[in-house]
Design a protein around this ligand. Sequence first.
Ligand SMILES: C[S@@+](CC[C@H](N)C(=O)[O-])C[C@H]1O[C@@H](n2cnc3c(N)ncnc32)[C@H](O)[C@@H]1O
Length: 288
Amino acid sequence: MSQDIDTLVAGEYFLAVEGYAMIRYCVTDPSAARPRVDEMRQILARFEEFPNSLVIPLTQHSVEEGYTEWAPRYDGPNPAIDLEEPIVRSMIAAAPPGEALDAACGTGRHAATLAEFGHRVIGVDTTEAMLAVAREKVPAADFRFGRLEQLPVEDEAVDLITCALALTHVEHVAPVMREFERVLRPGGQAILTDIHPVATMTGGIAGFPDRDITRGIPYVRNLTHQVSEYVTAFLDVGLSIVACVEPCVTDSMLQVFPSYPVLPDATRQAFLDTPYLLIWHLERPAPA
Ligand SMILES: C[S@@+](CC[C@H](N)C(=O)[O-])C[C@H]1O[C@@H](n2cnc3c(N)ncnc32)[C@H](O)[C@@H]1O
């Protein structure tokens, strides 16, 4: 599929946010959930009025088409990146410099950090427009076109892999872990970040609207990988888990939820402190 166009009625989205907030609180703290019912009544009473009546086009793109369109402004403000970057940076800082692979490198965000910490960097991605930005940003790195499932990298060629915010776009994690195990040297490490399954299961998409969201939301679909899928894929290829971190939605991130300007309290109750990212630090054990 290249483009799949649908529409979202804003009032329906607002009701969904109210309902999500309610399910979190109606049993454990019913008095906190009651204002949600009042707001739902108001939404339904004015369903044909602005902003509830807004019909927003949603355009689903394939990975390559979506990131080709997104590439020129991908490096703009992004709350997922603000949440993720300090954690990944501290993990990279703790690893000894060597050969590094930024898998699904996009515009070279982590490739730049790897180079800064003294690694010789290979970056691989399937979207040429993202690679073009990366090549400008990190001229010293070797950027290659390729897929996570079939990396254009020799066996046991790297000491450290980063793979950020991309596994949510692959059907299955297992084939990618087989590739990571193949290209990692014994004793090598991998740092993986992804959208948390709780976020993908509650409507989280890789959306890239321009500032005026009412003109439409182009997006790439996020697929859900449960924690057990990752762990099984790691165990199957003998990758050990060094650490697992689950950063949650923070107060400052709430503003990116489209319901926030209209329903700040419901948006806070629905999303605050819910898991947003899943970060793994792995190791390919060296033989004893
Ligand atoms: C959200 S961006 C993340 C880019 C970068 N890792 C970062 O965190 O800034 C996702 C990237 O994954 C790439 N991607 C998605 N599926 C891929 C696949 N199967 N093989 C290689 N790259 C892929 C896309 O082209 C895109 O550049």
